[in-house]
Write a protein that binds this ligand. Structure first.
Ligand code: F6P
Length: 516
């Protein structure tokens, strides 16, 4: 496809941005008494209010024309047909299949491949039931009390987001811990506190070749055998992987290998057997609610790929600020204290999917944090800094904790910040330069009725689709990650022979060793 910057819609968006470049959000509100109604969308039980934004009707019309010229509907259909959209690796993109309804068929290459998912779910449910009921014990016959999820990137962040965010929905039974740090400190702390006899280690790794994870798994293997006897690890180590051969080669028992398919990107794998930890934390019913929430967004994508499609609206706004306002970052702020991992999870989904080479700007930096913490850190730069940074605030109707007064406080804090970001402080002749808060910062409110397994599944799938649709609009492959793969090669080369690195690398390594 010729560069998308040659599309008529793109050219017209460029022109319209020039017309709007001095626009004030406050003036847009003055010009349209019903602006909040006109620039809001109800979908999936959520309310998306993008009125506090540098956007008008004409820009929205042009953005939808751009979506049409990008053949967005054809690309969405291609996704669900299992076409090999991961062109560089010649793979389909099938993470959505892992949250499909059990009674549905998924026909890919004339074959219903849903049984793979159903078998995996059966295996997960049976295993988790046995653990929680104490039927599956450690090698010394003791009930499992702690589960350690070992993974990195997409093999940890999505699962950790779900388990931490839904703490109030945890079933009594096992304590869940997460480890990714290759310096071993998280494992140090756990090995100090936990008894190997009552601990299961779930090794989540799509490739089962990630050096950091294999190093941690080797350490666990040694620890188990040292304290409980030779091959004791076989009763305490589980693998969730798309590479069962490697897991078995490591020594994981066949019945403790939970496979998923290679046509699922690591950052999209929370819906697969990588989510076994979610089942252990929440129980099967709530796990199925989580899947159902994600599935509700698939249904929206199939039934209404354009007009009332929330992820597409979000993706088009993202493109508007990235490509026409040259915003170099976007900020995501969930106002829920237990959603700390949600932003790192989204950072990987956005930046590992869409941080790709192109002749137009693709993914910028995605950052953020939990509100109101961030109001006491980088929000200063948003209020008085020199960059344009669109902000997504995620708000919940019902309290996310036990204290309803605290919830009211959080809601008012968020709304106050949204007002201040959009409208700033009125400037007078006496206002000193250091007092300027000019506002005019785009801030979008995504309001969710309640934080629960179903709505969290929805929220994660909505953002997943925003990323995928952005990639469709940018005409890039959102499903590979060669930058990371090549980064792994550099490590491997140095691991084999430190002398193979750049001279500067050798000098710095030597300097570091001097400090040791
Ligand atoms: O960052 C690259 C990547 O492959 C991610 O896509 C993936 O989530 C992470 O590393 C871990 O990979 P694996 O699940 O194969 O251990």
């Amino acid at each position: 496809m010729a560069s998308i910057s040659k599309l008529s819609s793109w050219v017209n968006l460029k022109k319209h941005h020039v017309y709007l470049q001095d626009v004030q959000i406050s003036h847009l509100f003055e010009d349209d008494a019903k602006r909040q109604e006109h620039f809001s969308l109800e979908a999936l039980g959520m309310h998306f209010d993008y009125s506090r934004s540098r956007i008008d009707d004409k820009a929205m019309t042009l953005l939808y024309r751009f979506a049409e010229q990008s053949k967005i509907e054809d690309k969405i259909q291609a996704l669900f047909k299992g076409e090999r959209l991961n062109t560089s690796e010649n793979k389909s993109v099938l993470h959505w299949m892992w949250r499909e309804d059990k009674d549905e068929k998924v026909i890919i290459d004339q074959r219903n491949i849903m049984p793979v998912v159903l078998d995996a779910r059966y295996q997960m449910k049976e295993f988790a039931d046995k653990v929680v009921r104490g039927q599956l014990t450690g090698v010394t016959g003791k009930k499992i009390l702690d589960v350690v999820h070992i993974g990195i990137g997409g093999s940890l962040l999505g699962v950790k987001t779900v388990v931490e965010s839904l703490k109030q929905y945890h079933q009594i039974g096992v304590n869940i811990h997460f480890v990714s740090a290759v310096d071993g400190t998280e494992m140090d702390d756990l090995m100090y506190r936990l008894s190997p006899e009552t601990t299961l280690f779930l090794v989540a790794s799509k490739s089962f070749r990630t050096p950091e994870i294999l190093a941690l798994a080797d350490r666990v293997k040694e620890w188990c055998d040292y304290l409980m006897g030779e091959n004791a690890y076989k009763s305490h180590m589980i693998a969730m992987t798309a590479t069962t051969k490697e897991a078995k080669r490591f020594g994981i028992k066949d019945e403790f290998v939970f496979p998923f398919s290679t046509q699922v990107g690591g950052r999209f794998s929370v819906w697969t057997t990588v989510g076994l930890t979610i089942v252990l934390a929440l129980g099967w019913e709530r796990y199925e609610l989580f899947l159902a929430g994600g599935r509700s967004v698939d249904t929206l994508m199939k039934k209404d790929p354009v007009e009332l499609n929330l992820p597409l609206r979000m993706a088009l706004l993202s493109v508007w600020y990235r490509n026409f306002w040259q915003a170099e970052a976007k900020c995501i702020v969930p106002y829920a204290g237990r959603m700390k991992t949600f932003v790192p999870y989204l950072q990987q989904v956005f930046m590992e999917s869409n941080g790709k080479t192109s002749d137009i700007d693709t993914a910028g930096v995605v950052f953020g944090g939990v509100g109101t913490d961030v109001q006491h850190s980088f929000f200063q730069a948003l209020h008085q800094g020199t960059d344009l940074v669109p902000v997504d605030m995620i708000l919940f109707g019902k309290p996310t904790g036990k204290d309803s007064e605290a919830h009211r406080h959080v809601s008012l804090q968020a709304m106050g910040q949204a007002e201040f970001l959009a409208f700033g402080r009125r400037k007078t002749k006496e206002t000193k330069k250091y007092e300027y808060c000019l506002g005019n910062h785009p801030v979008h409110l995504l309001m969710v009725p309640e934080l629960n397994p179903y709505t969290l599944g929805q929220l994660m799938a909505v953002y997943e689709y925003e990323v995928i649709l952005e990639g469709f609009l940018w005409d890039i492959n959102s499903f590979d990650q060669f930058g990371i793969e090549f980064g792994k090669e550099v490590y491997r080369r140095l691991e084999e022979n430190e002398g193979l690195g750049e001279p500067s690398t050798r000098i710095s390594l030597a300097k570091l060793q001097e400090l040791s």
